[in-house]
Design a protein around this ligand. Structure first.
Ligand SMILES: [Mn+2]
Length: 300
């Protein structure tokens, strides 16, 4: 690792904004689509041509699911880990949340030596959901420890950010702190039942588009805080196909009376798919797609 003291420090001429005034950027499920991710972050001005943090004091949140399906999951993890350190040095912040694919991956790796014939089916479950052995080979113990440390939820200004459109979080704790502590404890458990139950619960979706979805979204915001919640996990075109026929899938999809925002662009699944968004107190402030700014910026 590079000596962090040797890195350039933020020039004194660019004072940092108060936390509430900093730009908040959010990226949905990357699933190994490193080239798209880099292109989107570059076009959004968040990284430079060398792939290094260029967003000063901004807050960049990844909604989880870094691995599986796409070709470069391990490289996505390495890239985000580097960006996290660069952002910190620049007075900015990267928050990388936990997705269910990280849980599947960690279960498969953790129980591999204890369960070489995969009697527990963790390996089969991971591979069936797009797991790639090449990613497992490219990641080391430090990468796995980093994945194990991912928080499940974060509050950024008025936005509650989480991976899945699921009511699972409500069953894990009564505050963000409790949920994150519970998730960390489960990811340190030696009990395969704990892992299996968590992976299953985490694959749930559609909690906020079902008939009682507005109510569940309101309860989620009441318990954890925030005025609106944003999630990944369910690609926006699946939200449209199954529940929201008027949704524009080239941008984040607001629904549940504006309480929810779907942010999984499906970038690893469809060639034309991919966006990142800047959120503010009023809603979606800016959307960057694969060909630059998406206009008009959709409002909630
Ligand atoms: Mn997911």
């Amino acid at each position: 690792m590079t000596d962090r003291r040797a890195r350039p420090v933020r020039p004194a001429s660019t004072p940092m904004r108060a936390a509430a005034d900093r730009d908040l950027w959010v990226v949905g499920d990357v699933h190994g689509a490193l080239n798209k991710l880099r292109s989107l972050l570059l076009q959004a001005g968040l990284i430079d041509l060398g792939g290094r943090w260029a967003a000063e004091d901004s807050h960049l949140v990844f909604l989880g699911d870094y691995l599986d399906r796409g070709p470069d999951g391990a490289r996505v993890v390495a890239f985000i880990r580097a960006l996290e350190l660069q952002a910190e040095d620049a007075g900015g912040r990267v928050t990388a949340l936990l997705g269910n694919h990280e849980v599947m991956f960690l279960a498969a790796q953790r129980f591999r030596p204890l369960d070489p014939h995969d009697g527990l089916r963790f390996r089969e479950y991971w591979l069936r959901n797009g797991g790639l052995e090449a990613d497992a080979e490219r990641m080391d113990a430090a990468d796995r420890a980093w994945l194990t440390d991912r928080p499940a939820m974060v509050l950024a200004g008025p936005w509650l950010l989480m991976h899945a459109d699921s009511s699972m979080y409500l069953r894990l704790g009564r505050s963000i702190r409790e949920v994150n502590a519970q998730v960390t404890a489960m990811l340190r458990s030696a009990d395969p039942d704990v892992w299996g139950d968590f992976a299953n619960a985490f694959s749930d979706r559609f909690a906020f588009v079902r008939p009682d979805g507005v109510e569940i979204a309101a309860r989620t915001l009441m318990v954890f805080g925030g005025q609106r919640l944003a999630h990944g996990h369910t690609p926006v075109y699946i939200l449209r196909e199954d529940f929201l026929p008027d949704a524009n899938v080239g941008a984040p999809v607001p629904y549940a009376g504006g309480a929810c925002l779907g942010l999984d662009s499906g970038m690893a699944y469809r060639e034309e798919a991919g966006f990142v968004a800047r959120l503010d107190a009023a809603g979606v402030a800016e959307v960057i797609g694969l060909n630059g700014k998406v206009e008009p910026a959709p409002a909630l």
